[in-house]
Design a protein around this ligand. Sequence first.
Ligand SMILES: *[C@@H]1O[C@H](CO)[C@@H](O)[C@H](O)[C@H]1NC(C)=O
Ligand SMILES: *[C@@H]1O[C@H](CO)[C@@H](O)[C@H](O)[C@H]1NC(C)=O
Ligand SMILES: CC(=O)N[C@H]1CO[C@H](CO)[C@@H](O)[C@@H]1O
Length: 529
Amino acid sequence: MGKKNMQSQCHPFAHPKRFLPRFLLVFVLSLFPTLSFPQSFDYGDALHKSLLYFEAQRSGRLPYNQRVTWRHHSGLTDGLEQGVDLVGGYYDAGDNVKFGLPMAYTITLLSWGVSEFEDQIAAAGELQHALQAIKWGTDYLIKAHTHPHVLWAQVGDGDTDHLCWQRPEDMTTSRRAYKLDEENPGSEVAAETAAAMAAASIVFRRTNPHYSHLLLDHAQQLFEFGEKYRGKYDESIEAAKGYYPSVSGYLDELLWAALWVYKATHNHTYFNYATENGEAYGGTTWAITEFSWDVKYAGLQLLAAMLPMEGRNKEQKQILQEYRSKAEYYICACLNKNNSTNVKRTPGGLLYTRRWNNMQYVSNAALLLTAYSSHLHSTNQMLNCHTDLVGPNEILSFVKSQVDYILGSNPMGVSYLVGYGPSYPQRVHHRGASTASYRDCKVFLGCMQGYHTWFVRHAPNPNVLVGALVGGPDLNDEFRDGRDNFAQTEACTYNTAPLVGVFAKLHELEKESFSSTASPSLLPLVSFV
Ligand SMILES: *[C@@H]1O[C@H](CO)[C@@H](O)[C@H](O)[C@H]1NC(C)=O
Ligand SMILES: *[C@@H]1O[C@H](CO)[C@@H](O)[C@H](O)[C@H]1NC(C)=O
Ligand SMILES: CC(=O)N[C@H]1CO[C@H](CO)[C@@H](O)[C@@H]1O
């Protein structure tokens, strides 16, 4: 491409051709207003795309095999001011800050999905990409854990970052790094990072035993750090408070981390920690209908509920049973089978928790439900929702309804997974995606220039943030595709992360149900479509 051409790419211009197919589609659909097509979705394609998203969120020096080529190196001096190498990791969302809590949580969810559904991901040909997505995160977490009791838990700050609309490749905002240590503790991030590294160590155990072992050492040290030096992380790192405040405190993260380290080590010290503190830390007492980067009770209750009962004493069995009843409360509330407190739904059937980035609660729930469905299936059990006995296929059918909503089976007729299907959000609230690609435009684009030139324009983003799951529709299934509408059009790494395993599981079912060897037990899922 000539130099002149490259310069012209630095100026926004509309792409009129892009609109044409959408007009046509609307026209065609309007000819059949009363027909409702049974939609079928390509979960393999969705899985493939979901993993591309993590490449778009990469910070640091991009490798030769980077597939998302509209991105380039960025954040190459992260940590330099503090004398520590913090190059790498992930930007959390549409900005360019590296927030430790959501980054670690993203890795935990990715690793959970891969450890649970590795065979399905491999069968879809995506295992290497999934492992790379995890490793891009864990390589960074290893760097950030510079001493048993020191964890660098943030680079950049939201306030200065949000004043600019700039590609990560051009960042001129503060890249100050923030650390946790004995004097400035942060148990949420220490424990979540321990959970992420323990979960990832399970993933790498077979293919990369040395790396797996390394992750496990870090995980154990970080658990000990978070447990021994207790404190709310957003009091030590005030720059996190406006963005990822810890509302639920750190007791949920401590139990969550203990269970993950136990799963990775089989060392009973961690099991005993989770059972002995289950009541005092709310693990066996809190019944909650939300699972998120902040509130992890439902997830840890589910982990405990899926542990084998054999070899436990009477008291431990009792405690695991209490964990299980709280886990099942969450599942039943998602399934709308607890008649006093259920998770709300939109008229179109989507789980609804709150206005801002509601999709995170949907995708996070989807992973828990899918994992529990597999557990019930493999242990030949049913879920007891008081009013109803629920089998694993019914849970999976519900997951499928949520995923199909995400992929386009919804009143707006759009896919909330960017780049999937014929219609998806065009104005994702994302600095890099909404600005000329560095590949085509190497001139520096300044802080305010980004707002004046790129943020405010109406045209679609020049770069498609493939695989991003945006915040999604409101309580009435309505969605406005505007760059300024960040509550609905921003995507976060922990929105997509839990879907990786879920897409793989649905992909397998779809293949099985359409092949002649379909097992009769899978038929209810087909008739659900
Ligand atoms: C289990 O973990 C604890 C705490 O890290 C450690 O002190 C103990 O040596 C471990 N036990 C085994 C058998 O590795
Ligand atoms: C809840 O379900 C139970 C069992 O089916 C039923 O007896 C009860 O009336 C229901 N309560 C409400 C408030 O609907
Ligand atoms: C029908 C049902 O599951 N009801 C439960 C809903 O949740 C409350 C609060 O935990 C329980 O007390 C009910 O038994």
